[in-house]
Design a protein around this ligand. Structure first.
Ligand SMILES: [Zn+2]
Length: 322
């Protein structure tokens, strides 16, 4: 039990409805309660977070429920280091969490905690908290899972141009101020540069964290009983999926290999379908998420079991990501 004793528990049945069909990641019961909150106002477990707004009258989440679980953890982590810290800004900007605290409390440790939550936000659907990607919805960039992207008619934002062209989303407070002062919406584009940097940094951090758990070239060479030179060639030919880490070395997700340490059947064919996607971590997530068309198996498991390759090709081609 990691739950702190002071938190209300009587409301656990209140306003919660099950979120069905998560494709990539399951939620803990306490996170699911936040994401499926249907009542007015905010769940009582968010009271500690809401009590930290400065000035207090500005207390508002300004982000959709999918990010409430990560905000709750963020608050707990910061409070452990600085119990009296205060929040001056909480919102969403170009698909990344925008979170600022009173500078007096901003130690290096706390800056790292916030950067960690921002990384997580670039991979978390703002609606349902499932694994997410960056999408463009009109002029906005928004972080959504493929299902919610489809529901909103958003299209995949995969180029730098998509990010550069997007208008940063003003917070409610900024918008109210701007409208009352007669400021044109274009004034917010000045903020774009800063936000772009924040997004790129946060999503790079998330990629690096993910790839740190992947296999090194040496480990793959050992698995395949070959040399690292050959492993490199296989990657360049599209026969293996690998991503470049900050240290310049390549890393390879382990789902590519079956129990006999061979590449899973059809791997190269399937990687060819995704070849234009430069987001290696995103491709890996697509391969390990469940697909209705594949009996709720992941594409990687489906292929590892020797099932028809064409079914995976079709499922990926149907995906909103492509
Ligand atoms: Zn979603």
């Amino acid at each position: 039990m990691t739950e702190s004793a002071g938190e209300p528990v009587a409301t656990s049945q209140c306003g919660a409805a099950r979120v069905a069909n998560r494709r990539f990641t399951d939620l803990t019961a306490e996170d699911e309660e936040l994401v499926s909150w249907m009542s007015d106002g905010y769940p009582p477990v968010l009271d500690p977070l809401l009590s930290r707004f400065m000035p207090p009258a500005t207390a508002s989440m300004n982000v959709d429920k999918g990010w409430w679980p990560l905000l709750r953890r963020l608050d707990r982590d910061i409070a452990a280091a600085a119990p009296n810290y205060r929040i001056t800004r909480l919102g969403e900007d170009l698909g990344v969490l925008d979170f600022e605290i009173v500078p007096d409390y901003l130690t290096e440790e706390i800056a790292d905690i916030i950067a960690g939550a921002q990384s997580e936000s670039t991979r978390t659907c703002v609606v349902c908290a499932d694994r997410a990607w960056l999408y463009r919805q009109g002029d906005w960039l928004v972080t959504l899972c493929p299902d919610h992207a489809r529901a909103r008619g958003a299209r995949s934002a995969r180029t730098d141009a998509d990010i550069a062209e997007a208008v940063p989303r003003p917070t409610d407070r900024e918008l109210a101020f701007a409208l009352s002062a007669g400021v044109p919406a274009s004034a917010f584009t000045a903020q774009a540069q800063r936000s772009n940097c924040a997004y790129v940094r946060a999503s790079d951090d998330a990629d690096e964290a993910e790839m740190s758990s992947w296999l090194t070239s040496t480990a793959v060479a050992r698995l395949l009983n070959t040399s690292t030179v050959t492993v490199n060639r296989l990657r360049q030919r599209g026969a293996l999926l690998g991503g470049r880490r900050r240290n310049g070395r390549y890393a390879y997700p382990s789902w590519q290999f079956d129990c006999r340490n061979r590449p899973i059947p059809g791997l190269q064919t399937v990687l060819a379908v995704l070849a234009e996607d430069e987001d290696v971590v995103g491709v890996s997530a697509l391969m390990t998420g469940g697909w209705e068309q594949l009996d709720d198996l992941s594409a990687a498991d489906w292929l590892a079991q020797g099932r028809p390759i064409q079914a995976v090709v079709e499922a990926l081609q149907d995906s909103e990501r492509l």
